[in-house]
Design a protein around this ligand. Structure first.
Ligand code: HEM
Length: 417
């Protein structure tokens, strides 16, 4: 769900014409397929965790549901986009190892094989960031490196036998900081994003990272720190992210902005739980915390960025369609039912129904995305520029401004790349 910056998308490799563009699109499809298998297996495990019947009845799938979703599905997809951006063949080892780790987790192999692959994939992700840093060292990259470090720590500690509930802050920061760093990158054209704002983002990310380590050894002190940091991050995102302006636009930018802002709202739930409740390792608060982040925030980010990320990875357009609002709305409404009424008010039946419709929303979005790619047209919506978006030097046309904001490139030549 991260988005390629304009700088990273230039050059022959970005167009897929140079040797660095290897492995080609079919190779990238294999990585996406690994992520897709992890998603389906993770959803199967989710049904079992909800206490419902599932297509495959396997305790292994419910046991590995969390890491499978975080690393095998989201990790593989996000890191694949990073590998495409860095334009080095070896960089594909990162999504490859995460994808293979996910497959190993759901195979009859010992779980430790999958765990070791996830550690190796996380190390390779740091190597990818080292490469990016050399080309384009920036605060946004630094924030993403902090996210990658949290992911690496989580995989190592899980391999060493620490439980997923204790590792929750690290798992959460892995994806939240990765996405926040990328949002900083994309929001640079916002008039409020200056060195001071960047400094705040870096400071908040460092505080969150510090809090996640403290939470491991001294939870009573670590969680309030994490909660404060998370709420500060939400404040930063609402204040500075270009989404607050994009929401006044139409078409793809407005759709993206709606998904982004709804996702930021869910981070308030996590920050609130950490601040007011402290460590939560099981029960309704645990379910609410995990899925406010991973469904409310992360899945919403995936829905927001898919129309700009998938074309960059697959080199096929995924045109925005208004019907994309349907799975996004279903996701947030069903999550509200699950978290607000099911978890908070203690109605397990709403946790189950909410969970089932969470799954329907995710599958519906995947189906719409696949159909859109297969039937894809290349036209951008006619009016895509948010009202009140400041004119940047070099942004010659409304279409160019929209492309900067959404991370897309001109589509008129038959490809978004
Ligand atoms: C799509 C619908 C989903 C449903 C219905 C679902 C359901 C569940 C349930 C019922 C639990 C057990 C909660 C508890 O122990 O109180 C759980 C745990 C968890 N889920 Fe999900 N989940 C979904 C999606 C996701 C996604 C997309 C992610 C991550 C990207 C994720 C990450 C986790 C994690 C990390 C745990 C904790 C696992 C553990 O403690 O071992 N889930 N999920």
């Amino acid at each position: 769900m991260t988005t390629l910056s304009p700088l990273r998308r230039t050059g022959s490799a970005a167009r897929g014409t140079g040797p660095a563009a290897r492995p080609r699109v079919t190779g990238r499809l294999v990585f996406l397929l690994c992520g897709g298998i992890a998603l389906l297996a993770g959803l199967d495990g989710a049904l079992l965790l909800l206490g419902l019947a599932a297509p495959v009845d396997s305790t292994r799938l419910s046991a590995v549901h969390g890491p499978l979703m975080v690393f095998g599905f989201v990790g593989t997809v996000v890191v694949l986009e990073r590998a495409v951006a860095v334009r080095r063949g070896w960089a594909y080892l990162a999504p490859g190892l995460l994808g293979a780790g996910g497959l190993a987790l759901i195979s009859p192999l010992p779980v430790v094989v999958g765990q070791a692959a996830l550690v190796a994939g996380s190390i390779m992700l740091l190597a990818v960031y080292a490469e990016i840093w050399q080309k384009q060292g920036s605060v946004s990259t630094a924030v993403q490196v902090l996210g990658a470090l949290a992911g690496l720590m989580a995989t190592i500690f899980w391999l060493r036998g620490i439980g997923i509930p204790q590792l929750a802050p690290l798992l959460i920061l892995y994806l939240v900081l990765t996405i926040a760093g990328e949002r900083l990158e994309l929001s640079r054209i916002s008039p409020t994003v200056n060195r001071r704002a960047e400094g705040w983002m870096l400071g908040i990310s460092l505080a969150l990272s510090f809090g996640s380590v403290v939470a491991l050894v001294w939870p009573v002190a670590g969680y309030p720190l994490l909660g404060t940091g998370m709420l500060a991050l939400v404040a930063w995102l609402f204040r500075h992210d270009i989404a607050t302006r994009m929401v006044r636009s139409t078409g793809l930018p407005r759709y993206m902005a709606c998904c982004l802002l709804a996702g930021y709202g869910w981070l308030v739930v996590v920050g609130g739980i950490w601040l007011l409740q402290g460590p939560v390792y099981s029960g309704p608060g645990y379910d609410a915390m995990m899925h406010a982040v991973f469904l409310g925030f992360v899945m919403s980010m995936i829905m927001a960025h898919a129309p700009t990320i998938l074309p960059a990875v697959l080199r096929r357009p995924l045109p925005y369609r208004p019907v994309m609002y349907l799975p996004a709305a279903l996701l947030h409404v069903s999550l509200l039912a699950r978290v607000l009424f099911g978890d908070a008010y203690g109605w397990p039946v709403l946790v189950q129904w909410g969970g089932v419709f969470n799954i329907v929303a995710v599958l519906l979005f995947v189906a719409i995305a696949v159909i859109s790619v297969v039937r894809g047209t290349t036209a951008l919506p006619a009016r895509t520029v948010p009202r009140g978006t400041p004119k940047q030097s070099g942004a010659q046309s409304p279409a160019a401004a929209a492309q900067k904001i959404t991370g897309t490139r001109p589509a008129s030549r038959g490809s978004l790349l």
